[in-house]
Ligand binder design. Structure first.
Ligand code: PLP
Length: 364
């Protein structure tokens, strides 16, 4: 990085420092958000904690009666960090954690004691897409807030936070947005919900005057209060390059292409999955994100390893799920057709049974 070589810390005044807000504004265009409503920052894990704290501090405590809404609701079977953070937040914040059993309707658990609900827009295992507008309306009508996790929808399909009435969301940039390994996450707070109190990770860069070095915390105005500590300009530079490519992308066309790629992959494999003990759990077109899920109870991990050895990179999630993400921005129909062909060859040759594909790394 020439900026670091030539200017050392001067780089902070040459675009590094304001990158969380600048990149947030660029990202906003892909999320149906306005400038000043998205901050690129930390990880989804941190951002969920910040938002749960911010939301519940805003709801307040009634003198002598405690909290009117002491429950944080999360969904069973969701990506683990969402539930873990709800658990940790409840443990340290004196809240009660409640879980909606996987596959059950929200209504059964959404009562007047619920403060906030954490939900995924697209489910990380099944790829199922939720009706964000209807659920947001339902949660708000119950008097609670909802934090949407956009990890599997941002950059995969059109997301319109404003049209869906969303007030709070989090997401990552290292999946469909191609920000690179370890790229920073983001959070969204609708403008009229900003400036309502503190968030719990009250770090120095979220202070109103970080370089005044004052003894007491005072939140910065607007989305900047959701900053915590020092971010990585290297990671932000990679993400900025990616977001430049995203400028002007037609999200409706992107969605159309994602659907066609998925259809091609599934159709190319439909006749051979059953005979190898595999089943396709991908939802129908209108109800899915941009991934295909194939259940392979016996050899899922080994099949994915054999495919990776052939240059087709999917991943494996316990129990038994082979997951193929379709990044529509750069994957071609030819790529997808070749991937399906490779999978057929692996299965028919029993290639995955080789001992070298039985070893597991720390990341599957
Ligand atoms: C749906 C979902 N939420 C949260 C996370 C975790 O994100 P982070 O590592 O940025 O905290 C992931 C990671 O894959 C995810 O898929």
């Amino acid at each position: 990085m020439a900026q670091w070589r030539d200017s050392l810390i001067q780089g902070w005044n040459q675009g590094w420092f304001d990158a969380p807000e600048r990149l947030g504004d660029r990202l906003a265009l892909l999320l149906g958000a306005a400038p000043g409503e998205v901050l690129v920052s930390d990880t989804i894990t941190h951002n969920l904690y910040k938002l749960l704290g911010y939301i519940t501090e805003g709801q307040g405590i009634t003198e002598g009666q405690g909290r009117a809404r002491p429950v944080i609701l999360s969904e069973g079977g969701n990506f683990p960090t969402d539930g873990y953070i709800a658990q940790g937040f409840c443990r340290f914040g004196g809240f009660e954690h409640r879980v909606v059993p996987e596959g059950e309707a929200l209504e059964a658990c959404l009562d007047e004691r619920v403060a906030a609900v954490v939900l995924s827009h697209v489910h990380y295992r099944t790829g199922r897409l939720r009706d964000m507008a209807a659920i947001t309306h339902q949660v708000h009508a119950s008097g609670a807030e909802v934090v949407w996790d956009l990890a599997h929808s941002a950059g995969a399909l059109p997301v319109d936070l404003a049209a869906c009435g969303v007030r709070y969301a989090v997401g990552c940039t290292y999946k469909y947005l191609n920000g690179g390994p370890g790229a920073p996450a983001f959070l969204y707070v609708r403008r009229d919900c900003q400036n309502q109190g503190w968030q719990p990770l009250s770090g120095w860069l979220g202070h109103a005057a970080p370089f005044a070095f004052e003894a007491d915390y005072a939140p910065a105005p607007g989305i900047s209060q959701f900053r915590t500590g020092t971010h990585s300009p290297l990671a932000f530079a990679a993400l900025e390059a990616s977001l430049t490519l995203w400028q002007g992308v037609d999200l409706a066309a992107l969605r159309h292409k994602s659907q066609r790629l998925i259809a091609l992959f599934r159709e190319s494999l439909a006749d051979c999955l059953g005979q190898h003990g595999l089943s396709d759990i991908t939802p129908d077109e209108a109800q899915r994100g941009s991934q295909v899920g194939l259940m392979a109870p016996a050899h899922g991990h080994a099949i994915v390893q054999a495919l990776i050895a052939r240059g087709v990179i999917g991943d494996y999630r316990e129990p038994g799920l082979m997951r193929f993400g379709f990044a529509p921005l750069y994957l071609s129909h030819e790529d997808v057709w070749q991937a399906a062909r490779q999978l057929r060859e692996v299965l028919s040759a029993g290639e995955h049974l080789a001992p070298r594909f039985q070893q597991r790394g720390a990341v599957t």
